[in-house]
Write a protein that binds this ligand. Structure first.
Ligand SMILES: Nc1ncnc2c1ncn2[C@@H]1O[C@H](COP(=O)(O)OP(=O)(O)OP(=O)(O)O)[C@@H](O)[C@H]1O
Ligand SMILES: CC(C)(CO)[C@@H](O)C(=O)[O-]
Ligand code: BAL
Length: 357
């Protein structure tokens, strides 16, 4: 290796560590990552980024598969971003499964390599520390906390943004940082967090960022529950009732597919079903039942996420919802209460109502 190559390879003269039995490099610092990124540019290799907070599941893997089909090099970022969590949210207990995540990436990379239809491989994991991501110090998680933030309004203020007032500020800020560091040709996000995809598309458009935003469809359990890293907090009893949200949204989707276009006609039957399912639970004995609170069920414009009274069928709409599964009552001896013993779990889900004609 020439001096020039080794300087390009790594400014500190060390090779990046890899996930064992793979060539997937692990980067924790920006300069090392940038050196690697420059090499891809010089080699005319395209880079696709899949941002995650770790605790990987099939939803993440489906995005990585999409990225490997369309890019020479896939970068997966793993970073639990503190600024998108509200002060009273679950930052402290957010699942961290680094070893398992690496094993999943190892297995997925083998699968991708064995499938001739892919352009690329999983090339790198970018897993920075908070000192790296917030070089001037970690900003406060308070709503009026000071710091260098990116805000995308008004779309970031409604729905998830209303329930979690610092959420999209944190997401937009960390995505801006990740996109600046990785400079990916394409970035991959899941439809499960649909408002996040709208916010990220707006971030890219309004800040003239040079990347394509690609959305992967929501991966689900066989009973319809959207996969989510937070599902591990449910435990057995609440897991059975966690399909309430997807069932509720499906009823609304059916109304749309039967030609209903007004808010009342679409959301009315969905709200009725949610009420009925809650009543069923209330009628059960405390040691069996699960209480939940519907945070919102929304019928919104696909670009602005503003609530709609009537769906313009040439544009379609987004049906979305959030439900808080409350801690179980009268927990039984030995009952599986989920990871961290059963605090409330907030689930989100959505369905895209496609334009007609
Ligand atoms: N079921 C899913 N199907 C497709 N993509 C998903 C799914 N769940 C998450 N993603 C996507 O994976 C990316 C990383 O998400 P994240 O690491 O926050 O996982 P998560 O399961 O959404 O976790 P959380 O429980 O925090 O919502 C996001 O773009 C997200 O939309
Ligand atoms: C996009 C993201 C990685 C930013 O922290 C996060 O919000 C997520 O995992 O959906
Ligand atoms: N997938 C969204 C990340 C969050 O809920 O914080």
């Amino acid at each position: 290796m020439t001096l020039f190559q080794s300087a390009i390879w790594n400014p500190r003269g060390q090779k990046a560590p890899v996930i064992p039995h793979t060539s997937i490099q692990i980067f924790r610092e920006v300069p090392e990552f940038r050196t690697w990124r420059r090499r891809q540019l010089l080699d005319h290799r395209s880079v696709g980024l899949v941002p995650t907070m770790g605790a990987l599941h099939e939803g993440h893997l489906s995005l990585i598969r999409m990225a490997a089909a369309e890019n020479h090099r896939v970068v997966v970022s793993i970073y639990v971003n503190p600024t998108q969590f509200g002060v009273h949210e679950d930052l402290g207990s957010y699942p961290k499964t680094w070893k398992k995540d690496c094993e999943m990436l190892r297995d997925l990379d083998k699968e991708i390599a064995g499938d001739g239809g892919n352009l690329g491989t999983v090339a790198a994991v970018f897993a920075p520390t908070t000192e790296v991501m917030y070089p001037s110090g970690r900003p406060s998680q308070d709503v009026d906390g000071k710091g260098s933030f990116v805000t995308i309004t008004p779309v970031g203020e409604v729905l998830e943004g209303a329930s979690r007032p610092t959420f999209f500020r944190g997401v937009a800020t960390v995505c801006m940082k990740l996109f600046n560091i990785v400079t990916p040709e394409k970035v991959y996000f899941g439809q499960k967090d649909i408002q996040q995809t709208v916010v990220v598309k707006k971030l890219v458009k309004d800040f003239c960022m040079n990347t394509d935003v690609v959305i992967g469809k929501t991966q689900r359990e066989p009973d319809g529950l959207a996969l989510s890293s937070r599902n591990v907090f449910l435990g057995t009893r609440r897991r059975k009732v966690a399909t309430t949200l997807s069932k509720t949204l499906r009823v609304a989707e059916t109304a749309y597919s039967r030609g209903r276009r007004s808010r009342d006609e679409i959301l009315g039957p969905a709200t009725e079903l949610a009420k009925l399912l809650l009543m069923e639970q209330h009628q059960m004995p405390p040691e069996d039942r699960v209480k939940f609170e519907v945070d919102y069920v929304s019928l919104a414009d696909p670009d602005t996420m503003e609530e709609l009274e009537e769906v313009d069928e040439s544009r379609g709409a987004i049906l979305s919802g959030a439900v808080k599964m409350l801690p179980v009552e009268s927990p039984q001896a030995g009952e599986d209460l989920g990871l961290s013993g059963g605090p409330p779990v907030r689930l989100i889900d959505n369905i895209i109502l496609k334009p007609v004609g």
